[in-house]
Design a binder for this molecule. Structure first.
Ligand code: ZN
Length: 389
């Protein structure tokens, strides 16, 4: 299912299921962020439903679609990213009678625009564009996954979110949770910014940790009441959207108005966003001849949006030696003519002084937690990233 506040729609659907249906693990799958008709968060959800009465289930889904999901069509979601065009949601739902997975199409759907014709045909489907994400959520082969516990607010709650601060601190310290806090800003990433029915999302490497943390926060005295919660298995923090890394020799650096940096390399362009922290500051200090290795998605304009960066080679800083008397920089008198001090006339042989640069070599860096893609795996929490990159 994709469209609307997807996770909450699935929660309500599961609540309403007929008694003869049992549910398996719920899934939350992040998709290609550049998709033309993406919704906020660009996510799709799926769940395995088991029943002896598939026909009865399909009648239920049909009615549920018409009465509860279809009315969401056309609602434009607001977002804190006002620079991006927001499409009205065009929800979609698919049903596959048999479980099905397809690693190739799934990965394709994370890296490029994909259309319905490229996807397997479901047993039954409802709605529009959202069927694409919904199908990808079903096809996800789950080779690697993380978990997110999500709880939704009561419809009457509209003032500030109330989350128990002590419980958040406790969860943040728990072994196995991640992205709960942005160390640089010291704020909590548990709660979405802007208007959302989601009260919080707690991310964890394992299901039991997500469930335990969820209970801690729900039971805490200063957490507001919720309508319910679910633990989703997700492709967040798996790097599933990334392929091999791309190396480039820097030709020039261009800082755009607005603060983003373009690294023009011999064969490609890398884009480092202003918000990417160390990646942005280091990009601006690169020189012609430096060699970098990056991982990131290829945007529709063919630039690579840098999510991971490692400097492979740094060209040393070269400058002329200084005059031993005046301490001023010597000047070349022409090719093979030697150097001369303009002030006192002292002469010496042609030469350069090289000073090493102080940028980190052979070390992966990534943006701060709050500016990472949902799909990006944190470097600090998992040493396996070195092998995956
Ligand atoms: Zn001199």
């Amino acid at each position: 299912m994709q469209g609307g506040c997807t996770t909450e729609v699935l929660f309500h659907l599961i609540q309403a299921l007929p008694e003869h249906v049992t549910t398996g693990q719920t899934r939350l799958v992040r998709l290609w962020p550049f998709a033309q008709q993406r919704t906020r968060g660009n996510a799709a959800v799926a769940v395995e439903l088991n029943t002896e009465d598939e026909e009865g289930l399909l009648v239920f889904l049909d009615n549920y679609w018409r009465n509860s999901i279809l009315p969401l069509k056309g609602i434009v979601q607001t977002s804190q990213h006002s620079d991006r065009e927001q499409f009205p949601s065009d929800p979609g739902m698919v049903w596959f009678s048999e479980s099905i997975s397809d690693p190739d199409i799934y990965r394709k759907g994370l890296r490029q625009e994909i259309n319905l014709q490229q996807l397997p045909i479901p047993t039954k489907s409802w709605g529009g564009h959202g069927r694409i994400g919904a199908t990808l959520a079903v096809l996800w082969p789950v080779r690697e996954s993380t978990f997110e516990a999500i709880a939704w607010r009561e419809p009457s709650a509209n003032e500030l979110r109330q989350l128990d601060k002590h419980a958040i601190e406790h969860i943040d310290q728990m072994e196995g949770t991640f992205l709960c806090r942005d160390d640089r800003l010291g704020n909590s990433l548990l709660a979405p910014r802007g208007v959302s029915p989601v009260l919080f999302g707690i991310r964890a490497w394992k299901r039991d940790v997500a469930m335990e943390a969820l209970q801690v926060l729900l039971d805490a005295p200063n957490t507001e009441p919720v309508i319910g919660s679910l633990v989703f298995e997700t492709n967040q923090a798996t790097n599933d959207h990334l392929d091999y890394s791309i190396e480039g020799r820097v030709e020039r650096i261009e800082v755009l108005r607005g603060g983003h940096t373009v690294i023009h390399a011999s064969e490609q362009r890398f884009l480092a966003f202003k918000e990417s922290g160390q990646i942005a500051t280091i990009s601006q200090q690169l020189h012609e001849g430096d060699v970098i290795e990056c991982k990131g998605l290829v945007a529709p304009d063919n630039s690579i949006h840098v999510e991971f960066m490692r400097i492979q080679e740094l060209v040393p800083d070269k400058h002329r030696p200084s005059c031993p008397t005046c301490n001023k920089s010597m000047t070349s008198m022409g090719k093979h003519q030697g150097l001369r001090c303009k002030k006192c006339g002292f002469k010496m042989d042609d030469g350069w002084v090289e000073t090493p640069r102080s940028l980190p070599l052979k070390q992966w860096i990534q943006p701060p937690a709050s500016s990472r893609r949902h799909l990006a795996k944190p470097l600090d929490d998992d040493s396996s990233i070195q092998n995956n990159l």
